[in-house]
Structure formats: C-alpha cells, structure tokens
Design a protein around this ligand. Structure first.
Ligand code: FES
Length: 104
C-alpha cells in the first residue's frame, strides 16, 4: 500500500448505526467530499491526498467540519466550493484559511 501525503477527514455525521444524521450531513457535507476529490485531482502541489468521511467530529456547532493531516488543521463553517478552494489554496501556501480554522 502506498501511503498518501495527506488525509482529509470530512465529517459526514455518521452515527453508530451507520445512518448519517447531524449538522454536517444536513449542510451538504457529501457534496463537499465530491468536490474535494475532483478539485484535488487538479492540485499537484498537495501530493497524493486521500479523502474520507467520518462520524461526528464533535464540533457540530461549527459544521460542516473537516480535519487535514499531517498538518492537523481543523476547519469548519465552510459553505461553498469557493470556501473549499480558499482552504486548499491556503494549504498549498503552507498557511491556514483563518476564517474557517477551528484548531491547529
Ligand atoms: S455532525 Fe459534524 S461535527 Fe458533529
């Protein structure tokens, strides 16, 4: 197995029974997953990136939420593809997109 350079974990609000419920799911997290996967194919600067969906990341009041490793940056409150682009642009520049940054 080849280890990816980065891993993006996107909250999809999965609960123990496997059913997505919660803020991130209701705010379109699945659409952002699809957009991330498409957008990342065009961004060589970020290396190989795996995108995975997760259960609740416990920051529901700031959702939708995602975590990017190895940087360990937590992002939330993104609402559009433009917001995702802003986060990825900042990542390419080695910075955080401050308006969406929850923790680092
Ligand atoms: S449902 Fe996404 S952080 Fe809780």
């Amino acid at each position: 197995m080849e280890k990816p350079d980065r891993h993006i974990l996107v909250c999809a609000s999965f609960r123990a029974a496997g059913t997505p419920q919660g803020v991130c799911h209701k705010k379109g997290a699945f659409n952002f997953v699809q957009y991330l996967e498409t957008e990342l194919m065009d961004r060589d600067e970020l290396g190989t990136v795996m995108v995975s969906t997760t259960g609740c990341l416990k920051v529901c009041d700031r959702g939708p939420a995602m975590v990017i490793y190895p940087e360990g940056k937590w992002y939330g409150g993104f609402e559009s593809e433009d917001d995702i682009d802003e986060i990825l642009d900042a990542l390419e520049e080695g910075e955080g997109a401050d308006q969406f940054l929850l923790a680092e």
